[in-house]
Design a protein around this ligand. Structure first.
Ligand SMILES: Cc1ncc(COP(=O)(O)O)c(C=O)c1O
Length: 357
């Protein structure tokens, strides 16, 4: 099977597993896991921040960030396609008593004109608007990358409004590689940054939250409360250190493969894809309703050894990643072409929900 459903499906490489086996371990809740301490210091330094804390997942580190900035009754602002607002099971409300105001903005992003006038005035009727969350790269909006200037403009505006800024950087290093800016330039626009280790970086699980010493102290307490304080987690920190040293630059290969895939798909009758709108490793495309639905196409592709995420309706998402070989791209394009030519309308509807990770 060629699995393009998500960049989360990668398995640790032999070298990564070896790094995990060799890791020096201790009890991280006691602050005594040297490998975790090393990872946290390494990422904090790379981003130019004071501190970092390892978490179990991107959802957890985002929610730790929300909790570190907000108190119950606060509100956060976010684009209406963002993971924190849609795909984290109502976490801000449940875990922090925070309401989420979703704001439309082109390409899953926000700019100052989208945000002006949105923070609520100080009045007894209103909740306090406390936090602005951005996503870079965007996920379901299209895998887009914020230009640095837009991040800086939004950040300056948010600070002028006394808002805190959190970045959902699930694909932080895809943004660094594609955006042409450094990790610390991007991080300087935010108070806290969550980075997933289990997507393009290829670790089996984990995420890291970076920020000031005070914010990370609060986030560490939230991690404990959310049940995410692990013991000998140096095993995962070792995988992350290995990935940071070996799997960042190679993301360009995933982006190049995504370009080739989008170009190949665009040539198939009945499929709409655009290399121009493919900026990183996520390729979104649509199937004509005359051919069938996205779920039907995904089912037909599964029978041809290709797994792709049906997003609902006519839209599909293919993610390139560490476990996708350059030569897989032709196989995938041929499989989609074969489906389009042979027809798949009668395909049984199986699996795939509205958002297949
Ligand atoms: C943009 C974004 N944020 C956060 C997450 C959550 O990561 P996790 O699945 O590790 O909780 C994802 C996962 O797909 C994501 O795409």
């Amino acid at each position: 099977m060629i699995d393009l459903r998500s960049d989360t499906v990668t398995r640790p490489t032999a070298a990564m597993k070896q790094a995990m086996m060799d890791a020096e371990l201790g009890d991280d809740v006691m602050g005594e896991d040297p490998t975790v301490n090393c990872l946290e210091a390494m990422v904090a330094e790379l981003l130019g921040k004071e501190a970092a804390v390892l978490a179990c997942s991107g959802t957890q580190s985002n929610q730790m960030g929300v909790r570190a900035h907000c108190v119950s009754g606060d509100e956060l602002l976010i684009n209406d396609t963002s993971h924190i607002g849609i795909f984290e099971a109502g976490g801000p409300a449940v875990l922090s008593g925070v309401t989420v105001r979703q704001i439309p903005g082109a390409r899953g992003m926000l700019n100052v004109s989208d945000l002006e006038g949105k923070p609520r005035v100080d009045d007894q009727h209103y909740c306090r608007t406390r936090l602005l969350c951005l996503e870079n790269t965007t996920n379901i909006a299209g895998g887009f990358v914020y230009p640095l200037q837009q991040l800086q403009d939004v950040s300056d505006w948010a600070r002028s409004q006394d808002l805190k800024l959190h970045l959902d950087g699930a694909r932080f290093f895809n943004a660094v590689v594609a955006g042409g800016y450094s990790a610390s330039q991007m991080a300087s626009c935010f108070d806290t940054i969550s980075i997933c280790l289990s997507k393009g970086l290829g670790c089996p699980f984990g995420s890291i939250l970076v920020g000031s010493a005070d914010e990370i102290r609060l986030a560490r307490r939230a991690r404990k409360m959310f049940g995410g304080a692990l013991r000998q987690s140096g095993m995962i920190a070792a995988a992350a250190i290995y990935a940071l040293e070996n799997h960042v630059d190679r993301m360009q290969q995933d982006h190049d493969n995504a370009q080739r895939l989008a170009n190949g798909l665009a040539e198939i009758d009945g499929i709409s894809a655009s290399a121009e709108n493919t900026e990183t490793n996520l390729v979104f495309f649509e199937v004509d309703s005359e051919l069938g639905t996205a779920v039907q196409l995904a089912s037909a592709l599964r029978e041809r050894g290709v797994l792709i995420g049906a997003m609902g309706g006519q839209r599909l998402r293919a993610a390139t990643h560490l476990d996708v070989k350059d030569s897989d791209i032709e196989v995938v394009v041929d499989a989609v072409r074969d489906c389009a030519v042979s027809g798949f309308e009668q395909q049984q509807l199986v699996g795939a929900g509205p958002y297949s990770k």
